[in-house]
Ligand binder design. Structure first.
Ligand code: SAT
Ligand code: MN
Length: 650
């Protein structure tokens, strides 16, 4: 039996004792969170072939990892919410009875760390000591997870000291599910190869996370989606706050007035791009607080205050360039881990849409040689001499579509340092939120920006959100539109309808509902019949943010329509509309009007989603459950009103 470290926090001790016995690791290491320890682990992984050290002149402190082909994104059909009652998981989640699931998983975990080291990672979600911050312990047998957690969360001794005081935490257990026999050589990316051996399991009532078989992203970095969204959404519901799939930013006007805005878009729909966007509008400044998750808590004044619980960015690499998101690219210059991108001959990285000529040859995400395309240097092919058309037709990409960079937040040149530390006017309150934005990738129907008529209407808008499925999840339906309420579809820790109700409750329980943020819905992705985007996006999105600020300040009027308040075209500033990808004023009318035909179809699908939420107790429940009827009446009412209003327009 290995030597088990001693902890002051009794619950930590019990958690570690229990899993050492079950997993049977060769050694147990408690993570201190020092630079030295981090570098040592990276160095060890270079030796075992799990990491490739990049050119330290070009990318100091940076490494590349290549995952197994079966382990490249989140696995939604292996993600379970194990509440006591099936109905509490709800129709968007896979559910298993908790004790049965634990029994099944214990068999998997038995002896799963043989031949490996067990790491115990104390971590904080949020600035240590902030009143919104929560704590966790992740046990893992993956050094890759440790170094990524070091970037994505605050880890180590400072957190453990906090836990020593006996405060509560969320216990997490993770294993790649690949024990090693004596003398067996490890592989570059250990994981359970079969999808059915992967389990991402949340126990919302016990507040525990058990993850087995995957080493990738949100499946394995348990502070992220599993804790900060699934478990935290439940914590938030029970305690009157909110855990949301939202970026947080600070937008400052030329007159130096600050606005704090959060925005919820599904995975790989541009949250990182908006979170650190370079505004096209002169005089406006944008700073980043977070790019993926926001925790929002009501303050004593009735406003909602936000923190970013994370400590880094786990951003999608392809498409990130000095043109689209210079601040993200600059954030990856040092101390960054790249996963599944291309390795160049000079020890640097490359991906599709990097805005940089591809090298003559490289090593693709699967470890094979790839070659620069002959007629377009922004592509690489699996064979020499291929044209762009041939490469596109083959479907080949040299960097995986969900390849990622894990970069420390402090690397971001436009980080709002105070906001990131949860400070506002020097106090650890989090930042007061002025506007909440929902959005998705929608080629048709949904206008550029639409303002909710009230808080309840904003909740309705969020509940009705939809988006094209992206490569952030393993799916054969990429590109198809699915309902993705509040961009939380894969992340609800409880019944989606109860989640809607919780949003509605935030207004009812607020000490000053008038001070709640205004709510908006945006869509940067409208296309015309020629399949061209009708809005340039990126830095031009500052024009939409400015309109939102103008509305907050009551500076401009809007067109009240059936679907919400739409901007008057003249109020979308076209100042500095020069350079690449400019706004075409011709399209503005089209993307700022109510597409009645499209909306009629849209609300039918929203209604169908509500009906499904009302019928099913969990995602794969076979029984139509009459008790499941939980969609709030207030939302059904708005849906009926919208239907009636659109019916009146011929
Ligand atoms: O869940 S991940 O962190 O792997 C990425 C995402 O879906 O946003
Ligand atoms: Mn995300």
């Amino acid at each position: 039996m290995v030597k088990i470290p001693q902890f002051k926090n009794v619950k930590v001790q019990e958690w570690v004792d229990k899993w050492v016995k079950i997993c049977n690791p060769d050694a147990v290491v408690v993570i201190k969170g020092t630079k030295q320890e981090h570098n040592l682990l990276c160095g060890q992984m270079v030796k075992t072939g799990q990491f490739i050290k990049l050119n330290q002149k070009l990318r100091p402190g940076c490494y590349l990892a290549r995952s197994h082909a079966s382990d490249v994104a989140r696995v939604e059909n292996r993600t379970f919410i194990c509440s006591e009652k099936e109905i509490d998981a709800g129709p968007t989640n896979y559910w298993r009875e908790p004790s049965a699931m634990k029994k099944e998983l214990l068999k998997k975990f038995k002896g799963c760390m043989k031949g490996r080291t067990m790491y115990v990672i104390p971590f904080a979600m949020g600035p240590i000591g902030n009143h919104i911050t929560q704590y966790g312990i992740e046990i893992t047998d993956s050094a890759y997870v440790v170094v990524n957690m070091n970037i994505m969360t605050r880890t180590g001794t400072a957190v453990m000291k906090h836990l020593d005081t006996g405060i509560d935490f969320v216990p997490c257990i993770h294993s790649v599910g690949a024990p090693l026999k004596k003398g067996q050589k490890d592989v570059a990316w250990p994981c359970a190869k079969s999808i059915n051996d992967k389990y991402i399991v949340q126990f919302p009532e016990d507040r525990e996370i058990w993850s087995f078989g995957s080493g990738y992203g949100g499946n394995a970095l348990l502070g992220k989606k599993c804790f900060a969204l699934r478990i935290a959404s439940k914590l938030g519901r029970d305690n009157g706050w909110m855990a949301e799939h939202m970026l947080v930013l600070t937008f400052t006007s030329p007159a130096k007035k600050q606005y704090h805005i959060t925005a919820a878009f599904p995975s790989a729909c541009g949250k990182t791009n908006l979170a650190m966007m370079l505004p096209k509008l002169p005089g406006w400044k944008l700073q980043t607080i977070g790019d993926d998750i926001a925790w929002l808590k009501p303050g004593e004044d009735g406003r909602l205050y936000a923190i970013n619980p994370e400590n880094g960015f786990f951003g999608v690499a392809p498409g990130t360039s000095m043109g689209t998101n210079p601040n993200a690219l600059l954030a990856c210059r040092k101390n960054t881990i790249f996963t599944n991108v291309v390795l160049t001959p000079d020890g640097d990285v490359w991906w599709e849409g990097m805005g940089k000529d591809a090298p003559e040859t490289g090593i693709d995400w699967q470890g094979n040689v790839c070659y620069c395309c002959v007629d377009n240097k922004h592509y690489m092919g699996p064979k020499p001499g291929m044209t762009k058309a041939e490469i596109k037709k083959s479907g080949y990409v040299a960097a995986h579509k969900n390849s990622r960079f894990t970069a420390p937040a402090v690397n971001c040149p436009v980080l709002d340092k105070d906001g990131f530390e949860g400070l506002y006017k020097g106090k650890p309150t989090g930042v007061p939120v002025d506007a909440i934005i929902f959005g998705g990738r929608r080629p048709s129907t949904i206008p550029l920006v639409n303002e909710a008529k009230s808080w309840t209407h904003g909740v309705f808008m969020g509940s009705a959100a939809g988006s094209e499925i992206t490569a952030a999840v393993i799916s054969d339906k990429i590109g198809q539109v699915r309902r993705d309420p509040m961009a939380m579809l894969p992340f609800f820790g409880y019944n989606v309808a109860d989640y809607f109700q919780h949003w509605l409750e935030m207004e009812r329980t607020s000490v000053n509902p008038k001070k709640l943020p205004k709510i908006y819905f945006v869509n940067w992705f409208r296309k015309n019949e020629k399949d061209e985007f009708m809005w340039p996006g990126f830095g031009d999105n500052s024009r939409v943010l400015k309109w939102i600020c103008d509305r907050i300040d009551g500076k401009v009027k809007a067109n009240a329509t059936a679907i919400g308040n739409l901007p008057k075209i003249a109020d979308i500033s076209l100042e500095n509309n020069t350079g690449k990808g400019i706004v075409n004023p011709k399209f503005l009318k089209e993307i700022l009007k109510v597409d009645v035909k499209g909306w009629k179809k849209e609300i039918d699908t929203v209604e169908a989603s509500y009906d499904e939420y009302d019928m099913k107790a969990s995602k794969d429940s076979k029984i139509v459950n009459a008790d499941a009827k939980r969609v709030p009446a207030a939302l059904r009412k708005l849906l009926a009103e919208l239907k009636a209003d659109l019916g009146k327009v011929k």
